[in-house]
Ligand binder design. Sequence first.
Ligand code: AMP
Ligand code: MG
Length: 368
Amino acid sequence: MTSAADPGAERTPRTTARGRGAIALGIIVLAVLTLWRVVLPARDGGPHDFTGATMGTTYTVRIDAPLTAGERATLADTIQARLAEVDALMSTWDTASQLSRFNRHGSSEPFPVSPLMIEVMRIALDVGRQSGGAFDVTVAPLVDAWGFGPAGEPQNLPDERMLADLRARTGQDLVRIDSAHQALVKIDARTVLDLSAVAKGYGADRVADALAASGLRSYLVEVGGELRVGGPKLDGTPWRIGVEQPDPGARRVHRTIDLVDAAVATSGDYRNFFERDGRRWAHIIDPRTGRPVPYAGASVTVLHDRAAVADAWATALTVLGPLQGLDVAERANLAVVFITRTDSGFVVSGSTRFGQRFDRAAPDTSQR
Ligand code: AMP
Ligand code: MG
């Protein structure tokens, strides 16, 4: 902006000398910056999202950090590889998976497995024990009989006799970890396993651990609805997670939970259910009856350090329901919250640990 009265006109010689200095400095700065860009590629401030398909569902990973295009590509490969590894081990849908091969192994000879399988089985058997058998990895024949397995819906649903037969083939004492041989052992050679209720969470843990090992601090990993977050976000605020209302008709957030370095899993009868004989049933089996859990419009959200543990517990607590489930959660000192649909709105009941750690805000009742 110049004007006729610009006093700068009288100082032309001095300005020119200073100007030359400034131009020289500018050139040096530009040269350094150009060199810098060549040596160190540009970083995009983020957050960076990675999405894809895995384990018959989808995943989303958000990394809150500046990344170069090269780093982004490497991380995309790492995420994909970690999930593919879990899928190749634990899928019941892939006939070549390690789990499918173990399931076809019709013998009580130890079957050597990956250390990851041993780790997941330890979590599964531990939750199975603590939940009094509500969580049961040997539930596979019942899952198939009710039509939730790879074979799809059967011609006839199981009758009492068939249920009694199938139940005799289930129970987690029919399988054992042989640590010395890093193997799984069938006590009953017919035993078959289903890890679907824990594998998604385990996949989220594997990705989170890989991201942490790459030096990243702020990330969110979601696999089929099971979540694990690393740190707070880059700006220091916690990750804010929406917990869905157990409403089959609408996907609405019932409340939010702020998380730092934690995992959260939700299970419920409201999202994945089927209708038969005028009734709704969840895709989760109650191992005590051999039947699917009847629909009650309930969800349970479990918070834990590890997503695999949260995932397994969310399934177990869906079997147990809000009353018994809350008792068991208290005994196991778990942070859980049940949301149950009633005629007068949604009833929220959280465990003591949930209240202490996560329930700083009052329950959100605005959407009742
Ligand atoms: P989730 O979505 O994590 O609750 O897992 C549900 C899946 O776990 C089902 O589709 C079955 O394959 C399997 N499953 C069903 N009932 C049980 C149970 N009681 N214990 C362990 N796994 C189960
Ligand atoms: Mg689960």
